[in-house]
Ligand binder design. Sequence first.
Ligand SMILES: NC(=O)c1ccc[n+]([C@@H]2O[C@H](COP(=O)([O-])OP(=O)(O)OC[C@H]3O[C@@H](n4cnc5c(N)ncnc54)[C@H](OP(=O)(O)O)[C@@H]3O)[C@@H](O)[C@H]2O)c1
Length: 410
Amino acid sequence: MTSTEQSFRIGLLGHGTVGSAFAKALPAHADRIARVTGLRPELSGVMTRSRGSFDELLENSDLIVELIGGIDPAREYLLRAMRSGRHVVTANKQLLSQHGEELWETARTQGVQLRFEGAVAGVVPVIRVLQESLSGATIDRVHGIVNGTTNFILSEMARSGMTYEQALAEAQRLGYAEADPSEDVDGRDAAAKMAIIARLAFDTPVHLDQVRYEGIEQIQPDDLEYARDLGLELKLVGTAERIDGGLSVRVHPIFLYPGHPLASVGGPFNAVTVESEEITEITMSGPGAGGPQTASAVLGDVVSAMIPPASTPPTQTVLEIVQDVVSAFYLHLEVADEPGVLAQVAQVLALQGVSVKSVVQKGLGNQARLVMVAHPVLESRFEAAMELIAALDVMRAPPRAIRVLEEQFG
Ligand SMILES: NC(=O)c1ccc[n+]([C@@H]2O[C@H](COP(=O)([O-])OP(=O)(O)OC[C@H]3O[C@@H](n4cnc5c(N)ncnc54)[C@H](OP(=O)(O)O)[C@@H]3O)[C@@H](O)[C@H]2O)c1
């Protein structure tokens, strides 16, 4: 430390995958941070379930980094830290997607910084770009691959023909999926991240409960095989978009045409595409998780908090959350191998106003399949058609449907 440098004390809550990587990264970068900020960052204490006291940590810190996860006691610790005038940094998406307004309001009234780049898409700087770089643009739509586990599983299924179960086991073996992967594979983790993204992009309160989500557990290898014939890539995509003066936020598996910027994002990577009239479209991509990667985003937040403030402004408008949206669909039907089947299915689809863009007929006998892509239609109409199709005598198994993103880029 030079004689003119003051120290900046950081209290660390949690010493697991991200916390321990952060504790390692901090001294390794301290010299450079001191040169940039004039303050020397140092770890003033660590608290886990088995060691440390929060009162002591708070007393000895200028900033608290929260990396314990979950709602309680993380929420209480962050509120207490901010009410005591401390800046805070967190990577906790579940907490922000359910109690964000309370936390952001506390940061504003206390005049402290609450930073959370690590909570969404790991090291990809989505939050900073939405809060700062794009604050002069009116955002129309955001699409994101914001869960690396599911992106890895779908990439493996498409690449090797593995079943969902095999690809999940491979993801667990390589450390891309946790022993209990439920929140990743059922879409809830991505939904939490999309709630945070939507809050920032559209300046309106969005709670995790308002995000409709589906996961990838039902995806079959032959969906991916047939999709290849149709020139499509399957991804778990989060969407937040303005619709008729309201806002729709949702997460589901969706087929992309190859020109879409998210179509080529493979393996455990994350990517977010922002669309707006002023900027046309930008895409950011990179590693979505991992200890050292997320710790680097957390450290970036710490440095930002050491320099002048950025804040999440109060919401100006409350947009209505729209639930029924227009989507195109891929439809996979196991049918009886007899004349007139296609005509029956087409009649039901036409009754609900669903028009078909392309059809592939596959197999014979017990293997007979109809695979089609339908033009965009209100989802409620498509769901009604699916119920009617499921009841047809010619069906050999429940119909399977996956959304298709119709937009073409490039
Ligand atoms: N892992 C990633 O790749 C990743 C990526 C992006 C964001 N995140 C987010 O980062 C945060 C941390 O994740 P992680 O993977 O590092 O978790 P982790 O490996 O499970 O570590 C959690 C740490 O928090 C401590 N802790 C848990 N409950 C506590 C309590 N009530 N009081 C005090 N300490 C407590 C644990 O203490 P013990 O050591 O005593 O058990 C452990 O040190 C989460 O919000 C997560 O969503 C993680």
